[in-house]
Each structure stands twice: as C-alpha cells, then as structure tokens.
Design a protein around this ligand. Structure first.
Ligand code: GUN
Length: 294
C-alpha cells in the first residue's frame, strides 16, 4: 500500500477561496475583517510564521497589522496595546505569537485578549468551551486545520482510535478535545510515555506534534492508518522535516501529510476563518443593536 499524500496547499487554497466569498459579502456591508498580530522579540521561526499570516490575510482581502515589541518588554505595555486593540472596531481578531520571552507569562497576556477577538482560541474562556464540547467559538488553528484535512479526505472520525502524540496547549490537548467532541476514542501520548509504539500501533488516525524528527517509524504505524504530521523540524543540513519517517511510513499508511505542504498551510487558513467568523458575528451583533423601523 502507498498512502494518499494529503496536499495541504490544495485544501488550503480551496478553503481560502470559500472564505474569500464571505469576506466579499462582509465588504459589501462595509466591513473589512481585521487581524492584529503581536510579536515580542526576535524568534526567527515566529517571524516567519507572522509574515505568512500577514501575507495570507492580504491574499483573502483581510486588513492585518503587526505590533512588534522588543525582546525585553515587560507585560504592561503589551497588555495596554491589547486593551487598545480590544476597543478598536477595525480589529476582529488578536493573537499573541508564541513562544514568549522568558520574563512574560503567556496566561497573563492571553487572558487580556477580548474573548470575542481571541482567534487563536487560547483564552481560558474559549479553552473551557472546548473542554465542555459545546459553544466552541474559536477552535485553535492548528487542530482545526487537522480536523478540516480529515473532513476533506472523508476520513471517518466517529468511533475511530485516534492517538495524539504531543500534549501541548497549542496542538495536542485541543486536538484531543476536538476529536473527542466528534466521538473518537482518543489517547494522548507525550515525551514521558513509555513504549510509545504500543499506543501508536492501535491508531486508525495518528496525529503527531512532538517536535522530534523521525519519532514515528513504519513499525509503529497500523497498516491503513491516516498519519497527520504536525511537526516542523529544521535538520542540520537546513531541510525541513516532520516527526514522521515519511518515506517508509507512506508505504504502510492509507493517508499521510507531508512536511512542508501538509498541516502548515492549514494553520494559517483556519486563522483567517476564525477572523472572518469573528467579523461576521460582530457585524450581526451590530445589526441586531440597530432598532428596526417599520
Ligand atoms: N506558535 C506556534 N503556533 C502558534 C499558534 O497557533 N498561535 C500562536 N499565537 N503562536 C503559535
């Protein structure tokens, strides 16, 4: 068996095309969805991610702005800027790019973002919605992108054994919660899991977000599984690689995502979806507030 290679770029293009139509509808109502990205410090990977987010916004017709702070900034100036952006009617989504410099607490900054503009879905209120499995307002972008890829490929989720490798707040935990909400049987593994293979071999859907090149080898994968590689690792020779031994695992799996060109383009796409959805909700709320005259 050779796996179908899931083309994240193609799916992302299609999803962005669909959401571009919704942006056009909003524009016709005089609303331009707006995203503010806050970046603190000089993490090179973060700078690339932020550049990609801003570029994608432009392509779909969103307004975007980047707010940069020096690496040694304290929490107060950043919180003051977040509060300004919370009040700014041109801004419908706010995100703070992670990771932060060590003197800053992510919980403090993320907690300052208005829950209606929390397009990353990292505010505890939105995390709570995810835990309860209802009222999921802003699904976190990377797991939302993975779910979207599974749905595009018509991969059944309900009743399937899903193994998520990696328990981060950004990917692993929200991914597990989103698939539980779709009635999958979910196991979460992480760097301290003993004998990882005894879990991964049972997975109908294996999602790997551990940040460890070649962590998942072919013997660890069930024949016919769908393997979603969220890892992005820079190898010593400069190439990018995921967490999965792509060449060997693709001979055993039924579906596999490449790195690059798999999950990566979907993360940015779902950020756009969340921002446009926030702008739609806000526009509808504003409409409701206008008294209707006969
Ligand atoms: N750093 C890595 N992934 C993400 C993400 O999805 N959102 C933010 N804000 N920072 C990240």
């Amino acid at each position: 068996m050779t796996a179908k290679i899931i083309d994240g770029n193609a799916v992302a293009r299609q999803v962005r095309g669909e959401w571009k139509k919704r942006v056009d509808v909003l524009r016709a109502r005089g609303v331009i969805p707006g995203l503010a990205v806050i970046i603190i410090g000089n993490n090179p990977a973060s700078r690339i991610y932020v550049r990609n987010k801003v570029k994608a916004c432009g392509e779909v017709g969103l307004h975007s702005e980047t707010h940069e702070f020096a690496a040694d900034t304290g929490a107060q100036p950043v919180i003051a800027r977040i509060e300004e952006l919370n009040r700014d009617p041109r801004i419908h989504g706010i995100l703070v790019q992670l990771p932060l410099p060590p003197q800053l607490e992510s919980r403090q900054l993320l907690g300052a973002i208005s829950i209606d503009k929390d397009v990353d879905g990292f505010h505890l209120y939105n995390v709570g919605g995810l835990v309860v499995g209802e009222n999921i307002i802003f699904p976190p972008c990377t797991p939302y992108g993975v779910q979207c890829l599974l749905e595009y490929e018509n991969i059944q989720i309900e009743g399937q054994n899903v193994v998520v490798v990696g328990a981060s707040n950004i990917v692993g935990k929200p991914m597990a919660l989103m698939l539980m909400a779709k009635d999958a049987t979910v196991s979460i593994c992480h760097i301290k899991t003993r004998d990882l293979a005894q879990y991964t071999i049972l997975a109908d859907i294996l999602i790997v977000a551990a940040g460890c090149p070649n962590l998942i080898t072919a013997p660890m994968v069930k024949r016919g599984a769908a393997v979603i590689d969220v890892g992005i690792n820079r190898l010593p020779d400069g190439r990018l690689a995921g967490d999965v031994d792509f060449e060997r695992v693709k001979e055993k799996a039924a579906f596999i995502t490449p790195v690059p060109g798999g999950v990566g383009p979907m993360t940015v796409t779902m950020l756009i979806c969340n921002t446009v959805a926030a702008a739609e909700r806000n526009a509808n709320k504003c409409n409701e507030a206008v008294p209707v005259t006969a």
